[in-house]
Design a protein around this ligand. Structure first.
Ligand SMILES: Nc1ncnc2c1ncn2[C@@H]1O[C@H](COP(=O)(O)OP(=O)(O)OP(=O)(O)O)[C@@H](O)[C@H]1O
Ligand SMILES: [Mg+2]
Length: 278
C-alpha cells in the first residue's frame, strides 16, 4: 500500500512528473498560457518561454498541448529534447515530425521539403503548424539559425510555422549572440515562482486533485510559510518538500504537518545541498 492511500488519497499528490492534471493555474502560469494561445492563434511566429529550473515549463507545454482546442486545424508537434548531432539530423527529425516521408540527401533538400509542406498546410489547407520545443537550452546556435530560416516562411499576413521554445534562463545568452534573433521573438515571457499565497493554493489544489476531500487541513499555515520560505515558490521544490512531509506524516502516524516537521525536513534537505557544495 502506498503512503498516500493511507491518507485516503487516490493518486500521488506531489509527484514530480509534469502531469497537466496537477497543473495549478498560478498568475504567472496563466499569463504564459493565455499569451501563448493568443500568439499561436494570431500566427505571430516565435514565442519564447523561459524560467529557472523547476518552474513548470514542461508542465506548461503539456498543459497547452492537452487544452488547446483541436477543431480549428491546428497541428501540434513537440520535441522534448532537441539534442541533435547535426543540422541535417535536426531537419530530418522535423520533416518526419511534420509527416514528410520522402528520402533526403542533404539539409538543403530537407529544408525545401519542409518549406513546401508548410505552404501546403498553411496556405492551401488553411491549417496552422505549431512546433513546441522543450529543453530549449539544448538548442545549438546551428539549430537556432535553422529555426530562424523556417520562421522566414510567411505570407503577407502571417508566419507559416509557429515555434514555441521552452527553456532554462541560460538560453537567453545564446539567443542574444545570434544577430537579429531576439527581434524576431513575438512573445517573450519569463515564468515567475509562486507567491506565498499561491504556494498554499498549489498545495491545496494538488491534494484535492489527488482525492483529498476532507475539510480538515493537512498543513498548518506556519508549515506552508516554512515551505514557501525554503522553496522560494519554485514548484518542483514545493512538490519535493510536500512529498517528504506527507511521507513523514504517515511514518510518524501524525495527522497534521506543522512547522516543526517541515523545519526538520528542511534541515535534512539543506545538509545535502551544503555538503554537495563543499
Ligand atoms: N503550475 C504548476 N502547478 C502544479 N505543479 C507544478 C506547476 N508547475 C510545475 N509544477 C510541478 O513542478 C515540478 C517540475 O515541473 P516541470 O518539470 O514542468 O519544471 P521545468 O521548468 O520543466 O523544469 P526543468 O527546468 O528541470 O526542465 C513537477 O512536479 C510539476 O508537477
Ligand atoms: Mg522541463
Amino acid at each position: 500500500m502506498s503512503y498516500y492511500t493511507t491518507l485516503g488519497l487516490t493518486k500521488e499528490p506531489f509527484s514530480t512528473s509534469p502531469d497537466p492534471n496537477f497543473f495549478f493555474r498560478s498568475s504567472s502560469h496563466v499569463q504564459a498560457l493565455t499569451r501563448l494561445e493568443i500568439a499561436i492563434r494570431l500566427r505571430r511566429g516565435l514565442s519564447l518561454i523561459l524560467g529557472e529550473v523547476g518552474t513548470g515549463k514542461t508542465t506548461l507545454a503539456r498543459t497547452l498541448l492537452a487544452n488547446f482546442p483541436r477543431e480549428d486545424g491546428f497541428h501540434f508537434h513537440i520535441i522534448l529534447d532537441p539534442s541533435f548531432e547535426s543540422e541535417f539530423q535536426f531537419l530530418l527529425h522535423l520533416a518526419r515530425l511534420f509527416g514528410v516521408q520522402q528520402p533526403f540527401k542533404s539539409a538543403l533538400d530537407c529544408r525545401e521539403a519542409i518549406e513546401h509542406h508548410l505552404f501546403q498546410r498553411g496556405v492551401a489547407e488553411g491549417g496552422t503548424t505549431v512546433l513546441m520545443i522543450d529543453e530549449g537550452q539544448k538548442l545549438s546556435v546551428d539549430m537556432l539559425e535553422n529555426l530562424r530560416v523556417l520562421l522566414n516562411y510567411e505570407t503577407n499576413e502571417y508566419k507559416l510555422l509557429q515555434v514555441v521554445i521552452f527553456g532554462q534562463m541560460e538560453l537567453m545568452g545564446r539567443i542574444r549572440r545570434i544577430k537579429n534573433f531576439i527581434d524576431r521573438v513575438a512573445l517573450k515571457y519569463i515564468i515567475n515562482p509562486l507567491s506565498e499565497e499561491e504556494t498554499a493554493q498549489m498545495i491545496q489544489f494538488r491534494l484535492e486533485s489527488a482525492g483529498w476531500s476532507q475539510a480538515q487541513r493537512l498543513f498548518t499555515p506556519e508549515a506552508i510559510q516554512a515551505v514557501h520560505r525554503f522553496t522560494q515558490g519554485y514548484p518542483r521544490q514545493i512538490a519535493l518538500v510536500c512529498h517528504n512531509a506527507l511521507e513523514a506524516l504517515v511514518i510518524h502516524e501524525k495527522s497534521l504537518i506543522d512547522d516543526a516537521l517541515v523545519q526538520e525536513l528542511i534541515r535534512d534537505e539543506s545538509r545535502w545541498t551544503c555538503e554537495a557544495a563543499a
